[in-house]
Design a protein around this ligand. Structure first.
Ligand code: PMP
Length: 425
């Protein structure tokens, strides 16, 4: 029996695999990975943005190896130096005054924890989320995911109300200027709050990830914040995809909305562990300390994942990878725009830093084309390039998010492969 047949026989159907002939990745180095047959791919998806710096980054490998040789895990019931050190660094970087950090093992669990905190702090289970959002797949996070393709049940422990603003590519406000769009979304939020009971929090991705790498106009959340503050509603910024400088101009996505100041709670995961399972929540002491009974995580903050996080974050900061994301990402966006200009199926190439989306439509229409996106995904893989897919319920957006050490030469190599894949349409 092939590995694929064995996979299908043993995991649930909803654990999706990419590609008609799914690929088995067995090794990685830098920005490249190899499959079980020895084929090399340029990795423009980084394991869904989990490889933040590079595959097999020597600094991370060494730190993990040394920590494994000392102790992999004991318990969060004991003092843990790597955890305290990483928490100190993240607290200082978060921009949140008097910050506390709690580590989890995933982004889902980080958002789950943020919801636990916000609902306990505000004593209500009513929350606001953005349309077209993705926040995870646990019982609580599916109910703040405003994208039904990724929200596999409608049963919910929360009462969620969905707000306009995260995506504007289509819908009633699509044609508005940035200012008018922000005004319309704020008016809609005010109207919504006029019809509801107490709300705990608004959770939002500064750039929607699974939703297709769409950014609202800068300042949208600053404008929302003013309304939220009047109602005592917390702002949770889900930085699982946008954190750590990926968007180039900013270290956190929330900083594009700067007048809003830091969020009350910020959630992170994916890249910080460079593939090790690290997630977490950072927030002000007032909110973070609001639980009145013990609430621990067995594995959150385990020394081995914290060692990876420390080495990875250190490398990121010392080598100004945010600056690299801005420079190389800017070049890549320009290069992809030039490649796409000749392809009628491309509606838009958009992005910030190394978070780039290419949206496909049926030529001559505004109709999202998920079949074309699947075809390009396949063709890119055949050309030796791994990319991702996302965007609304019909996944018509190709997602490009390489490790942040991407070089100019690799960006060029990827653009050539991507152009070849687009031309296969
Ligand atoms: N939030 C965002 C913005 C995400 O993109 C994801 C994962 N795609 C999650 C939360 C959930 O993270 P995880 O898969 O680590 O649970």
């Amino acid at each position: 029996m092939s590995l694929l047949d064995r996979h299908r026989a043993v995991v649930p159907d909803w654990l999706a695999l990419y590609y008609r002939e799914p690929v088995e990745i067995v090794r990685g180095e830098g920005r490249h990975v190899w499959d079980a047959e020895g084929r090399r791919y340029l990795d423009f998806f980084g394991g869904i943005l989990t490889t933040m710096t590079a595959h097999a980054l020597p600094e991370v490998t060494k730190a993990v190896g040394e920590q494994a040789g000392r102790i992999i895990h004991s318990s969060t019931l004991y003092l843990n130096r790597p955890m305290v050190e990483l928490a100190e660094r993240i607290a200082a970087l978060s921009g949140i005054p008097d910050a506390r950090v709690f580590f989890t093992t995933s982004g889902t669990e980080a958002n789950d924890t943020a919801l636990l905190l916000a609902t306990a702090y505000r004593r209500t289970n009513q929350v606001l989320a953005m349309r077209n959002s993705y926040h995870g797949r646990s019982f609580s996070t599916v109910s703040i995911t405003g994208n039904h393709a990724w929200s596999p049940t409608s049963l919910s422990p929360l009462q969620t109300l969905y707000v306009h603003g995260g995506v504007r590519t289509r819908g009633p406000y699509a044609q508005l200027s940035d200012d008018r769009f922000v005004q319309a979304c704020v008016a809609d939020l005010e109207d919504l709050l006029g019809h509801t009971r107490e709300v705990a929090a608004l959770i939002a991705e500064p750039v929607q990830g699974v939703g297709g790498f769409t950014s609202p106009p800068d300042g949208l959340y600053a404008a929302f914040r003013e309304v939220l503050n009047r109602h005592g509603i917390l702002w949770i910024s889900d930085e699982v995809q946008t954190g750590w400088g990926r968007t180039g101009d900013h270290f956190w996505g929330w900083q594009a909305h700067d007048a809003a100041g830091p969020p009350d709670l910020l959630t992170f995961a994916k890249g910080i562990g460079n593939g090790m399972s690290v997630g977490g929540v950072v927030g002000s002491a007032a909110v973070m300390n609001c639980l009145d009974a013990n609430s621990i995580s067995t594995f959150g903050g385990s020394p081995i994942t914290m060692a990876a996080g420390l080495a990875n974050l250190g490398f990121l900061l010392e080598n100004d990878l945010q600056g690299n994301a801005r420079r190389v990402g800017g070049l890549l966006i320009e290069r992809l725009r030039a490649a796409a200009a000749k392809v009628p199926a491309v509606r838009e190439v958009r992005g910030r830093g190394l978070m780039i989306g290419v949206e496909l439509v049926r030529p001559g229409t505004d109709e999202a084309d998920h079949q074309a996106a699947s075809a390009v995904l396949e063709a890119a893989r055949e050309a030796g390039l791994l990319i991702g897919k996302g965007g609304g319920h019909n996944t018509s957006v190709l997602r490009i998010a390489p490790p942040l050490t991407l070089t100019v030469a690799e960006a060029e190599e990827g653009a050539v492969l991507f152009e070849r894949a687009l031309r296969s349409l």
